[in-house]
Design a protein around this ligand. Structure first.
Ligand code: IPE
Ligand code: IPE
Ligand code: MG
Ligand code: MG
Length: 335
């Protein structure tokens, strides 16, 4: 089995049913996003459009929309909140690509390549401020708390990650804390908002748990894909994490299981960041030797199982089925 096949199954689960169910709402979200990035400062609109129009899976806003549907919501507040969630996500991507020195995002040159680091950071801040304006316009104190807490935790997670760069002693617990913070907390917030807008307090914690668990699974698979994906499909550069010395689970597993000679290889490339052209291929073959990608994906699938369990208390419905499809997608995605 190839590394890519270890991550994504042959018939990757589709999000079509999910997108079909929320099609109109998602269109409203996209329209609102484009409306909100209009600016008399041309560079703001330019950069925002560059990243927003380049696509993206819209998984986080989809979560807010589908969780609202699951709870039987019939109003319109969920649209602006879903847009706010996508703005927070987009802002973190702009910042993340500067920090990670990434050159490819959503199949295009990153904003930092096209417009430079300074402009990317500043427009990332601008998008974050748009998200805050939108949540303040909603006005519900719970919404404000959920989204502002999520933003704080994401920023903390990104700093924690920076501190573990090159540190091969990073524990599994520490790694899980980083990915929960930088990624899963926004998934959790996005889905909890569905219960909050509906005023369905008893569903808040189940939806939050659902989001947290698929978010952790999503980042675990992302970290596997960084070594194993088909770059064209992924729309990001394979090997970014390696070049950066980012300590992710596949590396933790392979380095811990490795011989003394292998450990010294990992120290040279990740800690000392002395990398020769063939080193990524060597790293990938060590991951394969120790089943590190497959083990990472297996762990993701455990979190997916937890996510499924959080939906058990909801009546069967098309919305619930679509959320289960999303779980399957997160477990086996190739992009
Ligand atoms: C990328 O998220 C950042 C991670 C948490 C890995 P997505 O893979 O959801 O990015 P887009 O929005 O679809 O481009
Ligand atoms: C996700 O981590 C970062 C954020 C949550 C912003 P990655 O650095 O792995 O994300 P990609 O791979 O660049 O999308
Ligand atoms: Mg990155
Ligand atoms: Mg990644």
């Amino acid at each position: 089995m190839t590394q890519a096949a270890a991550v994504s199954s042959t018939s990757a689960p589709s999000l079509d049913a999910l997108y079909a169910l929320i099609r109109d709402d998602l269109k409203r979200v996209d329209a609102l996003i484009l409306e909100r990035v209009k600016s008399d400062v041309a560079l703001i609109e330019h950069i925002a459009r560059h990243i927003i129009a380049s696509g993206g899976k819209r998984i986080r806003p989809a979560l807010t929309l589908i969780a609202s549907k699951l709870c039987g919501y019939e109003g319109t507040r969920h649209v602006a909140l879903a847009a706010a969630v996508e703005f927070i996500h987009t802002a973190t991507l702009l910042h993340d690509d500067v920090v990670d020195e990434s050159v490819l995002r959503r199949g295009l040159d990153t904003a930092n390549v096209v417009f430079g680091n300074k402009a990317s950071v500043l427009v990332g801040d601008y998008l974050l401020s748009q998200a805050f304006q939108m949540m303040v316009a909603d006005g519900n104190p719970k919404v404000l708390r959920i989204l502002s807490d999520a933003s704080a935790v994401i920023a903390r997670g990104e700093v924690m990650q920076l501190m573990t760069e090159g540190d091969l002693d990073t524990s599994l617990e520490r790694y899980l804390e980083v990915i929960s913070s930088k990624t899963a907390v926004l998934f959790a917030a996005a889905s909890e908002l569905g219960a909050v807008v509906t005023g369905q307090e008893k569903s808040e914690s189940a939806l939050r748990e659902f989001g947290l668990n698929i978010g952790i699974a999503f980042q675990l698979v992302d970290d596997a894909l960084d070594y194993a994906a088909d770059q064209e499909k992924l729309g990001k550069t394979v090997g970014d994490d390696f070049r950066e010395g980012k300590i992710t689970l596949p590396v933790i597993i392979a380095a811990n299981a490795g011989s003394a000679e292998e450990k010294s290889f990992w120290r040279r490339v990740m800690t000392d960041k002395e990398q020769a052209p063939d080193d990524l291929a060597r790293a990938t073959s060590l991951l394969a030797k120790h089943n590190a990608t497959a083990q990472t994906v297996a762990m993701a699938r455990n979190y997916c199982q937890k996510a499924r369990a959080s939906l058990a208390g909801f009546e069967p419905s098309a919305a619930r089925d679509a959320m289960l499809d999303l779980v399957d997608f997160c477990a086996s995605r190739a992009y």
